[in-house]
Design a protein around this ligand. Structure first.
Ligand SMILES: CC(C)(COP(=O)(O)OP(=O)(O)OC[C@H]1O[C@@H](n2cnc3c(N)ncnc32)[C@H](O)[C@@H]1OP(=O)(O)O)[C@@H](O)C(=O)NCCC(=O)NCCS
Length: 141
């Protein structure tokens, strides 16, 4: 993909670089919270448009460091979708997670094909619980 690099280092991408994510969320985490989520998650992958030095996609995992990992979020900004960035991000994250036994993600039915293409399989029932009062996340200390 032209003008795109996949990186893991948050270094230059301070909170101001994280705009436009959480499409469709009524009460999304703000950019400082998003930055903190990534800072707290050593396994992460960012897509950067080198023309603007702008973060246009990200994913990350949380883990117990030994056995299992979970991918809470994956998002590519609308203008950059369907250009393979989602796949590149998840593939780069999976390289970082290669030594975990369990790697899980919960997604809408419409995305099962996307995840099957990168090696996931459907599980019997993904059960989730949401506390909508906290959709923006706990406050960053
Ligand atoms: C899901 C998302 C990250 C995909 O990113 P993307 O960069 O557009 O996807 P890619 O271009 O890498 O697509 C890879 C492959 O999956 C397919 N694909 C992408 N989105 C798809 C979708 N919604 N449904 C079915 N297939 C899809 C592509 O056609 C492509 O297939 P191909 O290899 O046969 O050409 C992006 O649509 C997004 O940010 N959506 C909103 C947030 C979201 O739903 N995140 C998932 C949370 S679980």
């Amino acid at each position: 993909v032209h003008n795109i690099k996949i990186v893991r280092d948050l270094g230059p991408f301070n909170p101001e670089k994280w705009v436009g994510f959480f499409e469709g969320w009524p009460n999304p985490p703000n950019s400082a919270t998003l930055y903190e989520l990534l800072l707290n998650s050593p396994e992460r992958s960012l897509a950067v448009d080198t023309r603007f030095n702008k973060v246009v996609g990200f994913t990350y995992a949380i883990s117990d460091k030994l056995l299992s990992a979970y991918i809470p979020l994956l998002e590519v900004l609308p203008e950059w979708r369907v250009k393979d960035l989602g796949r590149l991000l998840i593939e780069d994250l999976l390289i970082q997670l290669r030594d975990y036994y369990m790697v899980d993600v919960c997604c809408d039915e419409s995305l099962s094909e996307f995840y099957e293409k990168v090696g996931f399989q459907k599980a019997g029932a993904g059960m989730i619980r949401r506390n909508y009062r906290m959709q923006a996340g706990r406050s960053v200390k």
